[in-house]
Each structure stands twice: as structure tokens, then as C-alpha cells.
Design a protein around this ligand. Structure first.
Ligand SMILES: [Zn+2]
Length: 463
């Protein structure tokens, strides 16, 4: 059999693997490339994927860099099943619909300009109706249940601890020399993170595809991260400043709200207004409540008892752009959670433009920042940045808190691999920039005496 990488090779977006045996062809994830224009130009379905019958798609989780090319796959003619957990189906639907609406809106705007200049009109990458078709093809699967998806191929989805619904996928394939087990890590979360459950560890594999997003670094412990977070919040509240948190709508927004609830409950800071300024984060927060059974015990009991709602009495949601813009006129202290998480689009841009010049503002970066995005520039200490065509001087405090990451740091990645490593599988490192992959490969060699493979885009792993 062979596996071809159509994304997330030496970088963190565009996850997509084509697995081919003599009789079956499967796709694991079909994610969007994100970050720079160069990457986004790769958002198409390589012709090889549908050159022969594709039997099934398996989706690890609902982030756009794992599901965002599914509408393109359907447009290109795929009509088969897309297997995913219930949580993933809901999250992926939400995220793809949002992406389609942005695509349609941006294209309309661009086409108005083109019409005026008598230029050729363009089409959006995909539309809401394409996403609707993707949703029709979803097939829900349970965690920890083996499923026959094609003759001679069984699969099981297990908890990845990354976001609600996230999973690692185990495949057992009948091959010439007997059964072979292949594991796709998907995106792995941290151990002991609030809200989500811990990642499940698998005991054996013959071949492992493993994410390496933070393979080169150790996150600060959650305890230290929280101490730093609380300190920043308290200091900014005392200065009556604004706290801006560019947030990924799914996962991080809920995590920040969860920690703010705890600060209010423990009276570390008097309650002050929190604005959830993102229709998508608002919708995602309801999905977390809907899928309570997939949350960890503590989060479940806080939600069931109504305690979380009491703690977050000062939380206000902003559905419309008008409500969002009105926040410019509001004095601190307040906390604004707005997307996009990498500051490359969305409402956070106008908040940053408005507030970065003020020394009372603090910007807390809580997620991964790809090369070339505004969030990365800010975290690397840029003194001026360009936002919405305007040059803005940065006088605000900008702070990155890696410990809130939904991704495992180096030690948790090694912890996840450990039981499988005892059997010396082939390990293929994906979903990371080269330096992260190299550092993780070094650690795996040193710890487990396994020489990792580091494929490039469109490389084929023969197995
Ligand atoms: Zn993810």
C-alpha cells in the first residue's frame, strides 16, 4: 500500500493523506492551506485523488486546516461517505459554512471592483451550497468502536484531546503479510487541559503519522500559564485597559471563558465586561454545551450545575458588525474575544487598529501563529504594523501564552508516542514547520531509537 501527502508536509496546514491499497482508496482529512497567499494558492484537489474511485474520507477533527478542502472535493465529484465523530461533524459544518460565507462575500466585493475595471470576474473557492452537500455526506461514528469501512479495512476513532470531537484514527488493514496497523494522530491536545478529555494513548502500530506543530518546544505548565494570564488580567483591569484576545472560535474562546469564570468565582478580580465578539465563537460555545458528554468531568459538572453561567454573568455576545464596532467607544476594563485567531482577518483587525497604539491595552496571543500573519509579527515584537491599509504603532503590551495551546507540546507528543514506540513502528512526522519536525525527530531518536521520516509535499510513503 502507499500513502501520499497532499498537505501538512513541513508545515502546519492543509492536512490531507491519500491511502491506497490494491483494492481501496481512502482520504484522511482534506484540509485547507492557510497563512500566506503562496499557501492558499494550493487550495485545490490534486487530480490524482479522484482519478480512480475514492471509497471513503475519514476526518480527524473540525478545524479548517483539516476539513476546509472537503467542499472542493465534493465539487470535484466525490459522492461517498465522510466518517467523523458527532462533535467533529458539528464543528466542521460550522467552520466550513463560515469559510464559505467569507469566500462568497470577498468574491462579491472583488467582482464589484473587477466589473468597474472591466476585468474578468472570479468565482469563490466554494459556496455555502457546497458545504451543505458535504454535510449530507457525513457519517457519524462513535469513539472507541471498530468500524468496517471497506473490505479488509477497519478503523477506530479515539480521543485526541484537542477540541470537541477531535480524534486520532487507527486503521487495521489486511495486507499480504498479515494485518497492518496505521495510526494518524490528527492534532493532539495537552494532558490535563480543562474542558476536553485527555488524549488516548494507543498501544501498538506499524506506521504512525504524527503531528509536530510544537515538536520543538515545551509549553509552559498550565499552572504557570494561568498565573501569567491572571497577572496580565489583574494589571490591565487596574489600569482600566482593554484586553484583546485574538481567538480561534473553537476551543480557545471556550477555554478563555472557562478561566475567566474561575477568576470571577474565586474573586481574583471583580467581574467586568467580557465581549464574545464572534458569531462563530458564539455558535461554537453552544456546540460545546450540546456535546457535554465529550467534555471532561469538571467542565461537565460546572455546566450542569449552572455555575458557569452564574460566573459569566458579565459575558455579552456581539452577533453583528455594528455591535462589534460599538466596542471601540467603550472604556476599559473589558475583555474582547474576537477572530481570527491569527489576526489575518475578521473583527480582531479593527480592534487592533483601534487599540494597539494605547499602552493600557494588552493583547494576549493564545494560539499558533503561522509565518506571514499579523499575529506572528506582533508576537515577534514588531513596533509598527499595517492593519486594514493603515500603519499602526504598537504601544500596547503583546504577550504570547503558549500554555493555552490546544496542541500538545514536545513532552506530551512524546508521551503519546511512547506506548507505540516500544514496538518500533515507522514514524512519519507531519504537520509542523521544519525546525519543529527536526527537533521532534531528534528527541524520538534519542528516546526511542526510531529514525523518523520527514516527507515533503506529494511524497509517497510506500508501506
Ligand atoms: Zn486542529
Amino acid at each position: 500500500m502507499q500513502i501520499t501527502l497532499y498537505g501538512a508536509a513541513e508545515e502546519v496546514t492543509g492536512s490531507c493523506y491519500l491511502l491506497e491499497t490494491n483494492s481501496t482508496r481512502l482520504l484522511i482529512d482534506c484540509g485547507m492551506f492557510q497563512g500566506s497567499e503562496r499557501l492558499e494558492r494550493q487550495n485545490r484537489i490534486p487530480s490524482n485523488i479522484l482519478s480512480k474511485k475514492l471509497d471513503a474520507v475519514l476526518l480527524t477533527h473540525g478545524h479548517l486546516d483539516h476539513c476546509g478542502r472537503l467542499p472542493l472535493l465534493i465539487k470535484a465529484g466525490y459522492s461517498g461517505p465522510i466518517f467523523a465523530t458527532e462533535g467533529t461533524i458539528d464543528i466542521a459544518s460550522l467552520i466550513m459554512n463560515d469559510s464559505a460565507r467569507i469566500e462568497e462575500y470577498d468574491t462579491d466585493k472583488e467582482n464589484q471592483k473587477r466589473k468597474r475595471n472591466r476585468q474578468r470576474l472570479i468565482n469563490p473557492l466554494f459556496r455555502v451550497r457546497d458545504v451543505t452537500q458535504v454535510c449530507r455526506q457525513f457519517e457519524p461514528v462513535n469513539y472507541n468502536q471498530w468500524l468496517q469501512i471497506a473490505p479488509g479495512i477497519q478503523c477506530q476513532f479515539v480521543e485526541a484531546g484537542h477540541i470537541i470531537g477531535s480524534s486520532c484514527i487507527e486503521l487495521v488493514i489486511d495486507a499480504d503479510g498479515g494485518k497492518k496497523k496505521i495510526v494518524f494522530s490528527g492534532d493532539l491536545g495537552q494532558w490535563n487541559a480543562p474542558i476536553v478529555r485527555d488524549p488516548a494513548r494507543l498501544n501498538s502500530a506499524d506506521l504512525v503519522f504524527m503531528e509536530s506543530t510544537y515538536g520543538d518546544r515545551q509549553h509552559k505548565s498550565l499552572k504557570d500559564t494561568l498565573a501569567e494570564f491572571e497577572d496580565l488580567i489583574i494589571t490591565t483591569v487596574n489600569k482600566k485597559g482593554k484586553i484583546l484576545i485574538p481567538t480561534f472560535a473553537v476551543g480557545r474562546a471556550q477555554l478563555i471563558l472557562y478561566h475567566m469564570a474561575a477568576m470571577f468565582r474565586d474573586k481574583k478580580v471583580p467581574p467586568f465586561p467580557i465581549y464574545l465578539d464572534s458569531p462563530m465563537a458564539i455558535a461554537a460555545t453552544s456546540l460545546y454545551t450540546k456535546h457535554l458528554k465529550f467534555m471532561d468531568e469538571e467542565a461537565r459538572s460546572l455546566e450542569n450545575s449552572g455555575q458557569l453561567r452564574t460566573d459569566l454573568a458579565t459575558l455579552k455576545t456581539c452577533e453583528t458588525a455594528i455591535e462589534s464596532k460599538a466596542l471601540n467607544a467603550i472604556d476599559g476594563p473589558c475583555l474582547i474575544l474576537a477572530g481570527a485567531g491569527m489576526c489575518n482577518a475578521g473583527r480582531i483587525l479593527h480592534h487592533l487598529r483601534h487599540c494597539l497604539g494605547s499602552p493600557e491595552t494588552v493583547v494576549i496571543i493564545v494560539g499558533y501563529q503561522a509565518k506571514g500573519c499579523l499575529g506572528r509579527d506582533l508576537i515577534e515584537g514588531a513596533s509598527t504594523v499595517k492593519i486594514l491599509g493603515e500603519t499602526v504603532h504598537v504601544r500596547a503590551t503583546v504577550k504570547g501564552l503558549g500554555g493555552f495551546s490546544a496542541h500538545a507540546g514536545q513532552s506530551d507528543l512524546l508521551r503519546w508516542l511512547e506506548p507505540m514506540a516500544a514496538h518500533h513502528p515507522r514514524v512519519v512526522l507531519t504537520h509542523g514547520e521544519s525546525h519543529s519536525i527536526n527537533e521532534l525527530a531528534y528527541q524520538i531518536k534519542h528516546r526511542f531509537d526510531i529514525e523518523c521520516e520527514k516527507p515533503k509535499l506529494e511524497d509517497v510513503i510506500i508501506f
